[in-house]
Design a protein around this ligand. Sequence first.
Ligand SMILES: [Fe+2]
Length: 451
Amino acid sequence: MVAATITTTTTSSSKPNETLSLRADSLDVTDDIPLDEKVKAIIRGTGKLQLNRTGLGQNENRVKITAGPDPAGLEILPDEARTRMEHSGVDLSKGYPEIPDISQVPVFVDEAFAVRNEDYPYIEKGKNADPEKKALFGAAKEVIDLTKHIGTEIVGLQLADLTNQQKDELALLIAERVVVFFRDQKLSPQKQLELGDYWGQVEKHPQAAQVPGLRGVTVIWNDYKNKKGMGLTFKNSNYSNWDSDKFAPKGNQAWHSDLCHEHQTAGYTHLHLDSIPGVGGDTLWASGYAAYDKLSEEMKRFLDGKKAVYVSAHSYLDRNDPFGGPKRIERVHPLVRTNPATGWKSLFVNRTMCKRIIGLSPVESDIILSYLKDVYEKNADIQVRFTWKPSKPGYGTSAIWDNRVSQHRSTWDHEGHESRHGTRVTSLAEIPYFDPESKSQREALGLPLDE
Ligand SMILES: [Fe+2]
């Protein structure tokens, strides 16, 4: 019990780093107020929370909750990002980024689980789109496939100007090609949000840093997290690609898929980088369709219909054991899922979020999941590595991918010496399902399967 502390950090700008440690054995337990209510009241009253499991070193996992706009972030906001925000009318007067108000942040994992736990309608915009994508391709200057199996770049179109027909065709293209890129984009965070809203309910994260006043536009900015103590370095940036349980992921260098723990998981996801290093900071994606097709037909048959447990990236407290360490949201989804736009089967596995296969022993599950993760990560022919490249002043670059059929990760080779900042909007999709009648990508396209 006393091995854990809850460390609170004051919000006072005059003492930004002052911390108060609350030990389990320091709480008054002589009254009738339940322990969870006491802990919650302290957290809500403090404004910032960081929970550490002591003595775990590299294994340490953290709950970090801060609140409101952050003046400390504004100090290091890259010029390109600042200009984009100011030109878009974003209020930076109180700070940047904005963390949801402490009164809105779930403290306990059951509260976090309840967020968006109800079914809500999802209309797959890619499903009835023109398979030839005449409106989209007809307006583009160039359409370039970056690799054979994954990744396409569209040249000569502004995302902010797309018609609904073009958005539908783009959704289908993303679902087919897994990730689609647009360079030299003039895109406000408001327009990015509007585009995400078109494709599905935009995820509004209960903890993550947002653009001030624009819930749903998540800030992707490792320099800021590092300033807040993430401790990302050249040496440790990839540890979690070996063991994500032992080494909690820092930043986004570990292979993952976004928001797998949601009831209706992430679909079309749009990352727009407005500040890009001159060299480095690439992002990699891998195709879940192709990962599935890499498997033997016997392995495919074994995995079809299986389910697995997926966890959230962020942690919360257990109401019944608030000093017992961080807890993550868990949900069960199909291990092989059918994409509603293409109808193709995809391997829904990733190193950091997919934790165990239902029905197998822990040993069997670990061995099989480890192999499946390797299939994704070690087959370079099913991956694309994208170099963002700085755009002309006032412009940025967008990547839009289908989280249902992919994994991704970034690289930390620029080591924070040059700024890398962007905004992400995620459209949540359907409740994941497996259609036993659905085909693999290569089956559907009539490509050889080697057996
Ligand atoms: Fe991600």
